[in-house]
Design a protein around this ligand. Structure first.
Ligand SMILES: Cc1ncc(COP(=O)(O)O)c(C=O)c1O
Length: 474
């Protein structure tokens, strides 16, 4: 057991290990190659009775744990959406762990509450979000969306669902492309997944407002209560943008809660050239995005903003005697702004990122990712072996392997599945896939904090080589 005064004496091997990791990350396979239970079987079946040497523990970390890690901070991580981080964020997280404050209410760490409040001001300013909005940091976008759905439920039922239970006719609308967290949120909120109305999308995979309007009107005619619409700014599969402004006007007309899920794309809204995507936010009710996806702040950090924080607090507030304080009403007690009581001091790492990098460098990095993606899409477009499936958007491209002599859908799907498996097994890059109109397609996300042009070249070479290997086989 290490005494606190001996922290510095013992920390060097840990710092050395982290440094070793960063120096070697690019030589490790991006996607872990282990088989199920391989790691589990290597870990002793019982806990050690006495302390072990740090060097022994760190050796096991290298030999046993590291092979089972998929390296989300590898510059050639291009799968799903990134969960990027930065050294600045790591420093913040390090100190957060040292302080290890539990920030449930203002009095349990006033600085945590007030720094969180100020971070929200910074985002509002950078993203051009109306000043009267207020916000908080949740763990994930799934939680933020659940919080929005619960607040919508209470607002629409005059705060009676919390007291008496949930009616079974509260409807929630989203497109067929939106993230599974919406249906999950509705289930957890006790509203019933059958009350999720999935609205069809247009040729750009964006929600069709005419169909949304029709669904709402049909529901109204059938004694259903339209409660919440979730628009996606950046769907998970294809990064499609729902038409916020039009949906917002419709929600206003029908008094429906409008929640904006911009989990991944939201980071781009610190760039003035993308502010137009948030037109309509003034008519909306809540908004979430994850700095832990594309804003250099390590998991977990999800921003949740609301137009009317009173509705949020009325939904979650419970005041047992032991939590009554004299400062209530003057300060933000964030345990009333979400689900859990205990809260981590997440604002610190954001503050470190903002101050350690500066907004201009953050903006520059986002723009660089977008520029790299344009270069990548140009390569795909000009290649005889691949085809772009969607126009490149921000740091995202969607494409597939398409040899000249192959046009059968099933064969192409199989070929692309095989292509992706071979590509990822080689360990130099990691991409993921989705299906679009029955086509198995590959997704390329270029959003890792430390990605450089040379990494894009590695990715392009890998694509070329795997295409050649497959061609040689046939
Ligand atoms: C559009 C969208 N919404 C929500 C989520 C869920 O995010 P989280 O993992 O923070 O819950 C994701 C995850 O990728 C997403 O793409």
């Amino acid at each position: 057991m290490i005494e606190r005064q001996d922290f510095k004496k013992n920390v060097q091997p840990i710092l050395d290990w982290i440094d070793f990791y960063f120096q070697n990350i690019e030589n490790l396979p991006v996607k872990s190659q282990v088989k199920p239970k391989e790691i589990y079987d290597e870990i002793p079946t019982t806990a050690p009775k006495t302390a072990e040497e740090w060097q022994v523990i760190l050796n096991d970390l290298t030999d046993t744990i590291l092979p089972g890690i998929t390296h989300w901070q590898h510059p050639n991580y291009h799968a799903y959406f990134t969960a990027n981080s930065s050294i600045e964020s790591l420093y913040g997280e390090f100190i957060t762990s040292a302080i290890a404050a539990q920030c449930m209410i203002w009095e349990t760490s006033p600085a945590a509450a007030e720094l969180e409040e100020r971070m929200m001001d910074w985002f509002k300013d950078l993203m051009n979000i109306p000043r009267e909005w207020e916000g908080t940091i949740q763990d994930t976008a799934s939680t933020s969306t659940l919080v929005a759905i619960l607040t919508a439920r209470e607002w629409k039922t005059d705060f009676k669902s919390n007291e008496y239970g949930v009616p079974n006719n509260l409807r929630v609308y989203c497109s067929t492309q939106t993230h599974s967290s919406i249906e999950k949120g509705v289930k957890i909120a006790g509203m019933g997944s059958r009350n999720v109305v999935k609205i069809d999308v247009d040729e750009h995979f964006a929600m069709r407002v005419d169909l949304l309007e029709k669904a709402i009107e049909e529901d109204l005619a059938n004694d259903k209560i339209p409660t919440c619409v979730v628009v996606a700014l950046g769907t998970t599969g294809t990064v499609a943008m729902d038409p916020l402004k039009e949906v917002a006007a419709l929600c206003q007309r029908h008094q429906i809660w409008l929640h904006i899920d911009a989990a991944f794309v939201g980071s781009a809204f610190i760039l003035p050239e993308y502010h137009h995507f948030l037109e309509g936010i003034e008519l909306s009710d809540s908004f979430t995005f994850n700095p832990h996806k594309w804003l250099f702040t390590n998991f977990d950090c999800s921003i949740y903003m609301v137009k009317n924080a009173d509705l949020l607090i009325n939904t979650f507030e419970i005041l047992p005697e032991y939590l009554k304080t004299k400062t209530r009403g003057q300060v933000n007690d964030y345990r009333d702004w979400g689900i859990q009581l205990g809260r981590r001091f997440r604002a610190l790492k954001l503050w470190f990122v903002f101050r350690g990098m500066g907004v201009e460098a953050m903006q520059e990095k986002l723009r660089f990712h977008i520029q790299l993606n344009t270069t990548f899409a140009d390569f795909i477009q000009n290649s005889k072996d691949f085809e772009l499936i969607l126009p490149p958007f921000l740091c995202f491209s969607c494409f597939r392997f398409k040899p000249k002599n192959e046009s059968n859908l099933d064969s192409l799907n199989k070929l692309n599945e095989e292509f992706l498996q071979m590509l990822n097994q080689r360990g130099k890059v990691f991409l993921s896939h989705t299906k679009i109109n029955g086509q198995y397609v590959l997704r390329m996300v270029i959003a890792q904090t430390y990605v450089e042009e040379k990494h894009l070249e590695i990715a392009i070479n890998e694509l070329r080589e795997v295409a050649q290997l497959i061609a040689n086989k046939s």
